[in-house]
Design a binder for this molecule. Structure first.
Ligand code: G6P
Length: 609
């Protein structure tokens, strides 16, 4: 949830570090800092707030330097303050480090180092790393001190270090937190996310857990935990520059919403087998016999991914008739759960890094479940831990509020459910019917995005309120949860999602003329019942903002505002219905002057529990 960037080379070191770290700002943005290595040793700059332009002393230090490391932070241990911002330095200013992840035994190490006379500046768990390295340094071998310190750490980390005694080298290590290096003409770079590497090179080398690297302008060396040399595997970084730039869009979130016709198509590309009315999901590594044997499914995820999982449950139970339970990953992990034999566990995660989901996945494996991952980020921790699964293919998602990854998750879950269904008795005709509807989705998404005036107006209307309710039935219930989450995340309006039938069992007490109620009524199966719920809300003076399917014109007389989406089969309504809800939240946030791409207190991927 923080960003690491490092550079060794000759081109304007200061500016390069600032530009690099700004590319990672979406991962964390309450404070930032840079350590520069030069002829006069190491120089440190740290600031609270967003990455900004740098001042004269910074430029002077950068002018005489060989490189440096930079960090953008999302506070976990210690408030956002200069003393807690990375990089951290030891007392003699010989070492500077940046760290992503969490050091679980930091308190013990801190006490030990304090007893040796170490003075700590801040409260972060990361600061112990640099003091530990300094305490182990023999004055000759910085790498040995680095490795020695890593051996004493418990937890997860990606660390980059520079040392005044080792000009021209960045030392890097990884355990559970991603880090990638790359080399280009006259420079070398390291980052926690490939989006900061691709402006330099498309050839990246991901370090594996336990690996340590010495990176220089002219090359790199990698060792494993036993200190044996390792060959780095060069991979093509799948990111293209366009996908990590905003282009003409005002915000990444808006750009990502508009990418959905393409990302929905990409999620299905090559995975539909029309002739046999099924889908190709070979990545799951499950034979037909394996699928027939599954007795239950457990879906694990957090935040938006958990909402996608809830839709997945409806899809799997309807199409494949397999009992399915969806759980918050962190709850599953610590709740002494019991899994019956032949349970398939599906881990859902955009980033593939979320600590709660990764932990839950390990617990599921310990309990003997077969696990598969549905992730967006290729090679991410969760993808690797599962060893099999399906990628979402939605490309880098930079806006903190998840949009295109959500709809891709729904598509991929639908492909899985359809395949399982066909193996377990769904008719060919039904399979083909679902495939036809799936294939129509990208164009239908395009159609929704082609005319957004009414949606923007609805967003502006909601912006004037302090609260909002979202209600829906069946497939539109998780969608209501997701719509409410989007609004909360980026506009800070309090919103709740509810199953529409539950309204009358309590929450309807909240409804009055100041309460906008977003009623989701685009499924044919639930339409009449939703109309009754709308009447209930109207009778209490609530403001009805309806999302329905084209053709349900009679709703116009019942609702204050109506948005129509193209007709699709009920199981796919959340895929199309997500678009107006995402846009509505977006326009509400813009109207309220909120920082859409970097909402307060949130981080894109949460690598702490
Ligand atoms: C964070 C993000 C959410 C996201 C959740 C799960 O809380 O702010 O937008 O839904 O993590 O992330 P994942 O990468 O596992 O899908």
């Amino acid at each position: 949830m923080c960003g690491i960037f490092g550079y060794v080379g000759k081109v304007d070191v200061g500016q390069t570090l600032v530009t690099g770290i700004r590319r990672l700002e979406y991962r964390g943005y309450d404070s930032w800092g840079v350590a520069i290595g030069g002829d006069d040793g190491l120089t440190l700059f740290r600031r609270v707030g967003r990455v900004s332009q740098v001042d004269e002393p910074f430029k002077l230090a950068a002018a005489k330097s060989w490189g440096g490391i930079a960090h953008t932070r999302w506070a976990t241990h210690g408030e956002p303050a200069e003393r807690n911002a990375h990089p951290h330095m030891d007392g003699a200013a010989r070492f500077a480090i940046v760290h992503n992840g969490i050091i679980e035994n930091h308190a013990v190490l801190r006490d030990r180092l304090r007893a040796q006379g170490c003075v700590f500046q801040g409260e972060t768990d990361s600061e112990v790393i640099v003091h530990l390295i300094a305490s182990l340094y023999d004055g000759r071998d910085p790498r040995a001190a680095f490795v020695g310190a890593l051996r004493l750490l418990r937890g997860a980390y990606a660390v980059a270090m520079i040392c005044a005694d080792a000009p021209g080298t960045i030392f890097i290590a990884r355990d559970s937190s991603p880090i990638v290096i790359g080399r280009a003409d006259g420079c070398a770079v390291v980052a926690s996310d490939p989006c900061a590497i691709v402006p330099f090179t498309r050839d990246g080398i991901y370090l594996a857990d336990g690996e340590v690297c010495a990176l220089r302008e002219d090359g790199y060396r990698i060792w494993n935990l036993k200190d044996e040399p390792v060959e780095g595997v060069v991979q093509k970084l799948a990111y293209d520059l366009e996908s990590v730039e905003r282009g003409t869009f005002k915000h990444f979130m808006l750009k990502e919403i508009y990418e959905q016709p393409r990302t929905i198509r990409d999620a299905m590309r090559g995975r539909l087998a029309r002739g046999s009315g099924t889908t190709r999901v070979d990545g799951l590594g499950l034979t037909e016999a394996d699928i027939r044997r599954i007795r239950s499914i457990r879906i694990l995820g957090c935040g938006t991914s958990w909402h996608a999982g809830l839709v997945g449950r409806y899809l799997i139970e309807e199409m494949a008739r397999i009992p399915t339970v969806v759980e918050y990953a962190a709850e599953f992990r610590y709740a002494a759960r019991v899994l019956e034999p032949d349970t398939l566990v599906i881990a859902l995660s955009q980033s593939g890094e979320t600590a709660d989901t990764l932990g839950a996945l390990r617990e599921a494996k310990r309990l003997g479940a077969t696990v598969v991952g549905l992730c967006n980020v290729v090679g991410s921790g969760i993808a690797r831990e599962c060893g099999r699964g399906l990628y979402l293919r939605s490309g880098p998602e930079i806006g903190v509020a998840s949009t295109k990854a959500f709809t891709s998750q729904l598509v991929v879950l639908a492909l899985l459910a359809l395949h399982f269904g066909r193996v377990r008795g769904m008719s060919l005709a039904d399979g083909v019917r679902f495939l036809d509807a799936l294939e129509a989705l990208p164009d239908q998404a395009e159609q929704i995005l082609g005319n957004t005036d009414a949606i923007a107006e609805m967003g502006r209307l909601v912006a004037g309120h302090r609260n909002a309710l979202y209600v829906g039935r069946l497939y539109e219930y998780p969608l209501a949860l997701e719509g409410a989450l989007k609004l909360k995340e980026i506009s800070y309006i309090h919103a709740e999602g509810l199953p529409a039938a539950e309204l009358k069992h309590g929450p309807i007490a909240l409804v009055d003329k100041d309460m906008p109620v977003v009623t989701l009524a685009a499924q044919t199966g639930a339409f009449e019942k939703m109309k009754s719920n709308i009447e209930e809300i109207r009778a209490r003076g609530g403001r009805i903002l309806a999302v329905c399917r084209e053709g349900s014109e009679d709703l116009r007389s019942m609702a204050e505002r109506v948005i129509c989406i193209p007709p699709t089969l009920d199981p796919f309504v959340p895929i199309l219905g997500a678009l107006p809800l995402q846009l509505m939240a977006y326009y509400a946030a813009v109207e309220r002057g909120c920082d859409v791409d970097r909402p307060r207190n949130l981080a894109k991927s949460v690598t702490v529990e």
